[in-house]
Design a protein around this ligand. Sequence first.
Ligand code: ATP
Length: 243
Amino acid sequence: MLKIEKLKVRVGDREVLHEIDLQINDGETHVLMGPNGSGKSTLLMTIMGFGNYEVISGRIVYNGKDITRMPIHERAQLGIGMLFQRPPTISGLKLEKLLTAVAGGKTGDIPTYARSMDMERFLERDINKGFSGGEIKRSEVLQLMIQRPDFIMLDEPESGVDLENISLMGTSIAHLLQKDQHIMNRQKSGLIITHTGYILDYLDADFGHVMIDGAIRCHGNPREILKVIKERGYRECLACQQI
Ligand SMILES: Nc1ncnc2c1ncn2[C@@H]1O[C@H](COP(=O)(O)OP(=O)(O)OP(=O)(O)O)[C@@H](O)[C@H]1O
């Protein structure tokens, strides 16, 4: 589904990502961990195609197509979606209007999905304006439910979410990634940034990676990696030879 080859990315005047290689196959969910400022969000923003993330070299291939220089909206049309760490407030645009646009005018599912995310009362409000941290995250998941992307990137979906809503977020994300379905050919894939690993309680992630100083230093079982980080810190990941 997604293949990243020797990707180098500059933000401002600084090279933030150094020769990243990553492959995510159909049906796989990968987890990305790493210290603050190591470049995790930069990788997701670059895959999504945001302009201030300049690809110096390398390429991003999605379903066999080189998307390295493709604009964001075309990537979204190809089936790439993202939950942002800090999505912007959009004054003057109601959430329902955005969802209608994302749904391509097919509004039928919106009330059902909004109810499932406990977001009905937010439909008539400007996007993220005055929303709490957890409400913003639920709104983002709701948008993904309507968009139905095939490749879903989630930047810290649990951050700022209370314990009850983590369960709602976790089960909803598991559903988006088809992780709650026992099917032979799962089509949806994901890349999730997490610090706490709470999301792993709700979906069975397949692979974990640790990014340190703009390079992926270690791969493995996500739960095992998380355990090592909790017990011994990221220094242990630097010593990891599984690259
Ligand atoms: N627009 C920008 N201008 C300058 N530097 C930037 C910009 N965006 C990101 N950076 C820098 O790039 C580095 C990587 O940031 P990034 O947000 O990708 O880290 P992260 O691993 O996601 O961190 P966190 O876990 O804290 O969210 C940081 O040092 C950050 O300050």
